[in-house]
Design a protein. Sequence first.
Length: 444
Amino acid sequence: MMTEKVKIVTLGCEKNMVDSEIMSGLIDQRGYSLVDQAEDATVIIVNTCGFIDAAKEESVNTILDLAELKETGKLKALIVSGCLTQRYKQTLMEEMPEIDGIVGTGDFYNINQIVDEALGGKKPAYVGNPVFNYEEILPRKLSTKKYTTYVKIAEGCDNNCTFCSIPIMRGAFRSRSIESVIKEVTGLAAQGVKEISLIAQDTTNYGTDLYNGEYKLAELINRVSEVPGIEWVRLHYAYPGFFTDELIETIASNPKVCKYIDMPLQHSEDAVLKRMRRPGRNRDTRELIAKIRERIPGVALRTSLIVGFPGETEEDFERLCDFVREIKFDRLGVFTYSKEEDTPASRLPNQIDEEVKEWRANTLMEIQRQVSNENNGKYIGEVLNVLIESYDGRSDVFVGRSQYDAPEIDGDVYVSNCKVEIGDIIPVRITHAYEYDMSGEGVL
């Protein structure tokens, strides 16, 4: 009997990637073979993103492209999972006959049964309420480099920002227990992982639902850093409304915690923040950033901003530009507002033209390009610890990241004059700085 060959295609964020790794572990446990190339697969699972229009379009196009392998390849079953299925389950099954089965964000632990049913000619649709929270007992097959990975510490979100569909697709906020996270991290460290990036839609709210309303992120970070073999702990998606003094002190004092904070702010202006239903106002944001920078010297701040939100005036945008020039974020992502159905913001008046949104995004990123070039210049002459990730044999240069740069999304450090192994963390003296990257020499 031929073993089915399964390919998982992951779209969207790191949280989706973790889900795909768990499905990979379950499929591997079932005895099916995981393959790297879609052309070799008899079963393909597309783990989709449904967050904004561009992501939905990418998901649909990927599904249609891969469906062609039923004619040109070996494909027998095409299964779709993730946020798009959770949100549009009925539409997908009715309007895309290419799909042989779907699974939502709360049901992917049933993936083996879904694969079997799809191969048997059924069209399974496992999409219930998104209440599932994975635990360390589930198998997980890493797709990241062996020395770095992500660990989800919570699912869902309770913040209900007016522009966001995450609560629709991922459900209410629910934390994993500290013990569950530590067991998973311990297992990952045993596999050689050195860098743990903690992720959730809202990491700073971690633990409040499990521990009598107490914020437990600081305790969790300290516990993770104590796991033998873990050298870097990184924090992503820190909601500004719940950033405690204890958390700031933990990041400042724990040498294994990267001095890097990914804290999406979305905007700077009070009127826009109010319509977004975001916590705090301009003054609160400035005070929080000042406190963080005072207590964590050298910290790298990453944020994301939305331009073109309904009712954003020219004056709002100009003040946002001034805010970026003044604050000088180390890392910045800019998104144009996407009008998502079933969200309160989609019903707001004064929606803004796409061309205006794009112009504002490009303008803001040009400002940030100049800021980033200036920020990187401050590292020239400094010695930074760099995690080595690859080697360019043609130029005899290693490529890595400092603690101030997250995997895949931030800049690189090009390192010469060293002999190391991939995955090593070494001291590097920075000699040159560019808009987003830096270069230097290994300190022997």
